[in-house]
Design a protein around this ligand. Structure first.
Ligand SMILES: Cc1cc2nc3c(=O)[nH]c(=O)nc-3n(C[C@H](O)[C@H](O)[C@H](O)COP(=O)(O)O)c2cc1C
Length: 256
């Protein structure tokens, strides 16, 4: 697949995966794509943990479930989320940023057929959901996301070895950039192989959860856990996405 096609066809895959393991040759290709990412001074600060056994998946699913329940109690988190949640495809297409609420949570039956205005009002007051969060409203989405983690054919924990820092004041900044490049290489290679990838951020949002993940997988304290990817062969349509127009983010010569 040509690289431009891979960039255009790559989507965050939130659906079910085919019920089969990731082929060892395909996994090698994902690793090879990661390996050839650029980094400052070629420090190659990354280390990956590939998880294919049920035990590791279950441990990550448990951290994820707990994290989501806690997030539903966190007013700031809910508020920040609501800023980027779009209620309908039409909304998403109009503003060209953010994500579709229903791609991330299954709404309770009561709200599924609620008028859009009511849902908009609820989103605007998302922090009032903390009360529901305290009463356990996060448990259903938490279980759903955790199940996705538990049932994924393969999970990839991407870590950064902070000891492999480049020279200069900007060191850590450049290391983080190279981690992003590694991840994009993996995503593009996966697209070319018919493999779907989803970022699973909840278990790594909070420092305490990151620490737990670090301990569960024997990741040394010198390493930062950067992200968790859920990986497998796609079974369903990956859905569509939106982007701002070039005129909304590209400037020639100077901004403004
Ligand atoms: C750092 C990062 C974290 C993300 N975390 C999540 C996540 O936890 N769950 C999820 O479903 N998607 C996650 N995404 C995917 C974004 O929602 C997605 O890239 C964006 O909505 C654009 O859609 P697209 O990737 O299909 O083009 C994450 C993406 C990035 C780059």
């Amino acid at each position: 697949m040509n690289v431009f096609d891979a960039m255009m066809q790559r989507r965050s895959y939130r659906g079910a995966f085919q019920d089969r393991a990731v082929d060892v040759n395909d996994l090698d290709k994902l690793i090879e794509a990661a390996r050839w990412a650029p980094s400052p001074f070629n420090v190659q600060p990354w280390e990956l943990v590939i998880i294919q056994e049920a035990e590791g998946k279950a441990a990550l699913a448990d951290v994820t479930e707990h994290a989501v329940v806690e997030q539903f109690k966190d007013a700031k988190f809910l508020d920040d989320n609501s800023r980027w949640m779009r209620l309908t495809e039409a909304d998403l297409k109009e503003v060209r940023d953010g994500v579709l609420l229903t791609d991330h949570v299954t709404l309770p039956k009561l709200l599924q057929d609620a008028p859009e205005q009511l849902l908009q009002g609820l989103l605007k007051n998302a922090k009032s959901f903390t009360l529901l969060g305290q009463l356990g409203a996060g448990k259903i989405p938490a279980k759903e996301i955790a199940a996705q983690v538990r049932e994924a054919p393969l999970l990839m924990l991407i870590t950064m070895n902070c000891k492999r820092y480049p020279p200069g004041e900007g060191g850590t900044r450049w290391m983080w950039l190279s981690m992003g490049m590694l991840i994009q290489n993996v995503l593009l290679a996966a697209t070319a192989l018919g493999i779907g990838v989803q970022f699973v951020s909840p278990p790594l949002e909070r420092a305490a959860d990151r620490e737990q993940v670090r301990q569960l997988f024997n990741i040394p304290t010198s390493h930062e856990v950067i992200t968790l990817l859920r990986i497998g062969y796609v079974e369903e349509d990956s859905g569509s996405s939106v982007r701002l127009q070039p005129s909304e983010f590209v400037h020639f010569e100077k901004m403004m």
